[in-house]
Structure formats: C-alpha cells, structure tokens
Design a protein around this ligand. Structure first.
Ligand SMILES: CSC[C@H]1O[C@H](OP(=O)(O)O)[C@H](O)[C@@H]1O
Length: 348
C-alpha cells in the first residue's frame, strides 16, 4: 500500500478514525472515536502514539466533545468541556504536543465566548482539521531542511518510530529521510527495534518496506557494534519534548544512541517541530518521564517471558543532553549545537 495514501488519523462520518498501531504490521485497521474520553484512552493505550500524532488526536478529542454538546446549555458545555480537557491532558505526560494542542484548542474555546453550540463545535472541528493539515506542512518543511544534511548513499540509524505513523503524515525523522529520497539521494535506514513497544521493528520497518526505502532491522544492543564497524553515517531521531536549553526527551534508548554516536564521531540529528519545544522547561531534568506498565517489559502481549515476581522499571523516555545533539532540524531550519540562545531565537 503506497504510504502517502495512509492516514494515521482521519475524519470520517462524524468520527475520528485512528490506525490501531498496537497491531501493526500484523493487522492494518482503523478504530473509530466519538468523544474525548475514548480518544484519551486511545492515546494512553498507544493506539495512536508519537508526539505530533498525539497532539492531532487531542485536538480532535476536544472537537468531538464539542460536537456532542451542541444542544447542551452553556453551563453543561463548560462543565463537560473542562472534563474533556482534563481527561485528554492526563493521557500521557511526556509529549508536549499534547499540551500544545490542548492549549491551542482552549484558546479558541475562550475566544468563542457566547457562541451557539453549533458555532462552537464547528469552529473547534475546523481548528482540529487545521492542526492536522499544518502538521503535514511542517513535516515537509522540516524534511526539506534536513534532507540537505544527508549525503547521497548515507546509512542512517533511527530509533523508535518518528515516521508518518507518529504524525499526521510524512513524519519527522523519517520525513527527513523521505525528503532526502525525494531529492534523488540513495538513503538506507538501520532501524533499532526499540524495545519494549517495538516501534522500530513494527512501525518504522513497515513504513520503509511499504515505500521500498532500504531498511535493516537491528536489536537495540547492536547499535554500538554497527557504529564501531563504520556502518552508520548519521543518526536521526524524533523527539517528544525539547527543553529551553536544547535537552531532548525521546524514546528510551535514545540517550545511549547519542552517547555512542558521539564516541564514534557520527552526527546525531533530532527532527523537532517547534510545537515540540517547551520554553517553559529550563532543562531536561524538568521533563516529566512517563513510566509505563511492567507487562510491556516482561513480555510482549500474551507472550510473557520474565520470571514471575521480578521487579521492573519501564521509563518510556530518556533525556539526551543538548551537548550530544549535532543539530535540531525544525520547519524553520537547522539549529546546530542547540543551546538556550539559539533555541529561544526560533521564537523571536
Ligand atoms: C515524531 S515524535 C515520535 C516520538 O514518539 C515516540 O514515543 P511513543 O511511541 O511512546 O509515543 C518516540 O519517542 C518517537 O521518537
């Protein structure tokens, strides 16, 4: 299936439909959502995942709730919408795009003041559509800036999935790879499987195979070996939140890859839409790190292999210090050696 036809999220028959990423690549199916609470549950369960995709889903979650409330009184609407914002905000803590999207939808809600139920719902739905469309435009712009950093023939290591499935389309890290390929460059991908949720093995590998971009799957503990053998020319990852000083939160294991890349003199790039930069967070120590259920580590779905009773940690993200980041790739351009000053300059 040509991936450009794949919509990670889509509006259909008055509902939000999202690809169930828990069952890819074995099954390709959409689940339908009609209210904020179910969208929040879908984000929490990682039906949809990836910072930008989570933000788009949350925007639609707000719009869906408003559609349910078209005939409600202003007081009922206010109460129910407040609950909707709260349940969406509580779904996952690390990806700042979730809170960026909710803030944007809340600002529109505040501007709507005494609008009718229909005006209110239609305006919020239109905004959710714009959030989706804007995300794809941003990813393509980011891709164009980043493509220039990748040499023809580059072998690029990725971690987790920062592809079309992590966004409304094109992807962030994989968007840079797609854009480089679109310019005619021969790019090959080395995809970390990315335990425990296996976004690399299940999602990145699927995206690249669908588009016939050469991709080699490795286990996470092979990244150092590949670098030591001179088989990696660049690393590119996505991000869930960048602090004001350029520290980067991303999928667990990213920090290890960054240290290895520095050890081997390999550029480490982070594809980072401005919506993922959180100037309210001074440095990476202040980024909330989600801890997920032990069962994701002790096995995979119904196949559990760890000894019963074993203690487990399952932080879903880690933080890569800015000094290990060669450059942030944004829709406004490339920020080399990110720091407090050049990150802030993106918003001037
Ligand atoms: C383009 S953001 C993708 C980002 O999100 C992933 O986390 P999760 O799959 O848990 O939502 C991972 O950190 C990716 O880099």
């Amino acid at each position: 299936m040509p991936l450009e036809k794949v919509e990670t999220l889509r509006w259909k028959d008055g509902c939000l439909e999202m690809i169930d990423q828990r069952v890819l690549p074995a099954r390709f199916e959409y689940l339908a959502y009609a209210d904020a609470a179910s969208v929040a549950a879908g984000i929490r369960a990682m039906v949809v995942r990836g910072a930008p995709a989570i933000g788009v889903a949350a925007a639609y979650g707000v719009a869906l709730e408003a559609l349910k409330l078209r005939a409600a009184s202003a007081a009922e609407r206010r109460s129910a919408m407040t609950k909707a914002f709260d349940v969406l905000a509580a779904s996952r803590p690390t990806a700042v795009n979730l809170f960026w999207a909710l803030k944007r939808m809340r600002a529109l809600w505040d501007r709507l003041g005494g609008a009718s139920g229909d005006e209110f719902a239609n305006a919020l739905l239109a905004e959710a559509h714009e959030v989706l469309a804007e995300d794809i435009r941003i990813n393509r712009s980011m891709g164009a800036h980043g493509a220039a950093l990748l040499a023809d023939g580059a072998r690029v290591l990725t971690h987790c999935n920062a592809g079309a499935l992590a966004t409304a389309g094109h992807g962030t890290a994989l968007g840079v790879i797609r854009s480089a390929v679109e310019t005619g460059k021969k790019i090959s991908v080395i995809a970390d499987e990315t335990r425990p949720f296996l976004q690399g093995a299940r999602l990145t590998a699927w995206e690249m195979v669908q588009e016939k971009i050469p991709v080699t799957l490795i286990t996470d503990n092979m990244a150092g070996f590949m670098m030591s053998r001179g088989e990696v020319d660049a690393v590119i990852v996505g991000t869930d939140r960048v602090a004001a000083n350029g520290d980067v939160a991303n999928k667990i294991g990213t920090y290890m890859v960054a240290v290895l890349a520095r050890r081997h003199g390999i550029p480490f790039y982070v594809a980072c839409p401005l919506s993922t930069i959180d100037l309210g967070i001074p440095d990476g120590n202040a980024i909330p790190i989600e801890e997920r259920d032990a069962s994701e580590v002790t096995g995979f779905r119904d196949c559990q292999w760890a000894a019963a009773g074993v203690a487990v940690r399952n932080p879903a993200f880690d933080v890569t210090p800015a000094e290990l980041v060669t450059a942030l790739i944004t829709e406004q351009g490339v920020v080399k050696q990110p720091n407090r000053q050049n990150v802030a300059a993106l918003f001037k």
